[in-house]
Design a protein around this ligand. Structure first.
Ligand SMILES: C[S@@+](CC[C@H](N)C(=O)[O-])C[C@H]1O[C@@H](n2cnc3c(N)ncnc32)[C@H](O)[C@@H]1O
Length: 281
């Protein structure tokens, strides 16, 4: 079963006065033009003043992974993480709601895939046995440092493996798998989803939060496609224009509930369209 809901979209168009619609359209056009200029500047910088960095990112996967871990924690994190609190809260609320009727005395066995430095740790409920997995080993020390701040979680282990092949995780061993902003940089989302189904217990929940492509008729999609090659290098394989919702829908879960979320933040323009939801094995 596939359900789709709108989340937090504000007032319906029909009750917005015409002059406000015009103002919103002008504002949207200005924001899109600003981002077009920013992306132009990024391309120019990447091919001129920053060319040594661009070349190293292009030719060395190891350099790209270590650069990304540092860049994500120290440069992107302070900009991105505060602006993702609302959708993360929503994802963890969905998690709490979907396990509301379980015996709370029994620890919840959870796996987070693509954990990075652990920006979700603050949202975990009490009584979780948490295993984390990431393919980028350069996040491990940042994660270990960050995890000390959240003693309410019982940490099981850190697995350095691609989610496409989680051979260290046993079949049907988890109540919940969670991932946030992962599928944008997976090599093969369908393989990841197959693995998620394998490691979940029957009836287990997969909670997801992802940034996705703009709708086809929107200028934002062209900007996503224009900056994608440079973005891919600086964000270690992240691709802006993926349609992850359709992949989760086709992955063989018994039920998928998926909400849309559109970030109102200027700084989130390129990753503004997001999906939040839960899939049941
Ligand atoms: C954009 S970051 C998001 C980090 C964090 N989950 C968050 O919500 O901010 C993507 C993370 O997923 C990891 N990742 C991407 N593809 C992966 C894969 N196939 N297997 C495991 N980890 C992956 C990356 O190494 C990185 O840590």
């Amino acid at each position: 079963m596939w359900q789709s809901h709108e989340f937090n979209h504000g007032p319906k168009e029909s009750i917005i006065p015409q002059h406000s619609i015009t103002t919103i359209m002008i504002l949207e056009a200005l924001i899109a033009m600003s981002w077009f200029v920013i992306c132009d500047a990024w391309w120019i910088a990447a091919l001129t003043i920053a060319i040594p960095l661009t070349v190293m990112l292009f030719f060395s996967k190891t350099f790209r992974s270590s650069f990304f871990a540092w860049f994500f924690v120290y440069i992107i994190g302070p900009i991105f993480q505060p602006r993702t609190i609302a959708p993360r809260r929503k994802a963890f609320q969905i998690l709490k709601d979907s396990i509301a009727d379980r015996d709370k005395k029994v620890p919840l066995e959870v796996l987070e895939i693509g954990v990075a430095e652990g920006p979700n740790l603050q949202f975990y409920p009490e009584n979780c046995n948490l295993t984390v997995l990431d393919k980028n080993k350069f996040f491990e020390s940042y994660y270990a440092q960050n995890a000390k701040k959240f003693p309410h979680i019982s940490y099981q282990r850190t697995v350095i493996q691609p989610a496409e092949n989680m051979s260290d995780i046993a079949d049907s061993s988890l109540d919940v798998v969670i991932s946030t902003y992962l599928h944008c940089s997976c090599d093969d989302s369908l393989a990841v989803l197959k693995e998620v189904r394998r490691v979940l217990k029957p009836g287990g929940k997969y909670v997801f939060l992802e940034h996705v492509c703009y709708p086809e008729n929107e200028f934002g999609l062209s900007i996503q496609q224009f900056i994608n090659p440079i973005w891919f290098l600086f964000f270690n394989g992240c691709t802006l224009d993926r349609n992850t919702a359709s992949k989760i829908k086709r992955a063989g879960f018994s039920e998928v509930i998926c909400d849309k979320y559109i970030s109102p933040e200027f700084m989130m323009y390129l990753v503004r369209h997001q999906i939040i939801g839960v899939a049941t094995k």
